[in-house]
Write a protein that binds this ligand. Structure first.
Ligand code: F42
Length: 149
């Protein structure tokens, strides 16, 4: 069952515009990071305080049907809000192009984080620069299909 609730668009115009284009085109347009051609997914998550639905575009990092969500926020010194949302309620919906499915997010550490970090940097090399920019260890969540597939 997809998570339900009132959608609260991002405070950042470029983000909410990308979500609008992605969703209104059924995942046919707005699916890359600006003109990089690198693929983006949209993750719907529940606000930790507001309880509202938040829709967060992230770089697509996929392996064997599972995805990584990398809380880089461009190498900022603080975690993005969605990091706290995922921790408060790990049930998320992920849209990858035309396909939308339910997942459960769990933060990974140690060797598992290292393995997914390599995949993330391979998918989006700037993640490595972002990590050099901050003393904050950039959190990584792995999203497992909710139906256990
Ligand atoms: N961000 C990343 O961190 N990693 C990526 O790989 C990434 C890729 C990407 C690709 C395309 C694109 O358009 C954006 C991309 N972003 C990426 C940016 C990402 O989508 C987010 O905008 C960014 O990470 C910041 O996330 P944020 O959750 O901090 O969003 C801000 C802008 C926001 O919406 N703030 C809201 C506000 O009102 O200021 C609050 C959001 C929120 O979730 N609030 C919680 C609630 O209860 O509703 C409260 C949370 C709390 O604990 O207070």
């Amino acid at each position: 069952m997809p998570i339900e609730g009132e959608y609260e668009p991002s405070a950042a115009a470029w983000v909410r515009d990308q979500v609008a284009e992605y969703e209104s085109s059924g995942g046919a347009r707005g699916t890359t990071l600006r003109d990089t051609g690198l693929p983006v997914v949209i993750i719907t998550n529940r606000g930790a305080r507001s309880g509202k639905l938040r829709k967060t575009p992230l770089m697509r990092v996929e392996h064997d049907g599972r995805y990584a969500a990398v809380a880089s926020q461009g190498g900022a010194p603080t975690h993005p809000f969605w990091y706290y949302n995922f921790r408060a309620d790990p049930r998320v919906d992920l849209q990858d192009g035309p396909v939308k499915r339910e997942f459960v997010a769990r933060e990974v550490t140690g060797d598992e984080r290292s393995e997914w970090w390599k995949r993330a940097v391979a998918a989006y090399p700037p993640y490595a620069e972002y990590q050099e920019r901050t003393s904050r260890e950039i959190p990584v969540f792995v999203l497992e299909p909710a139906d256990g597939a």
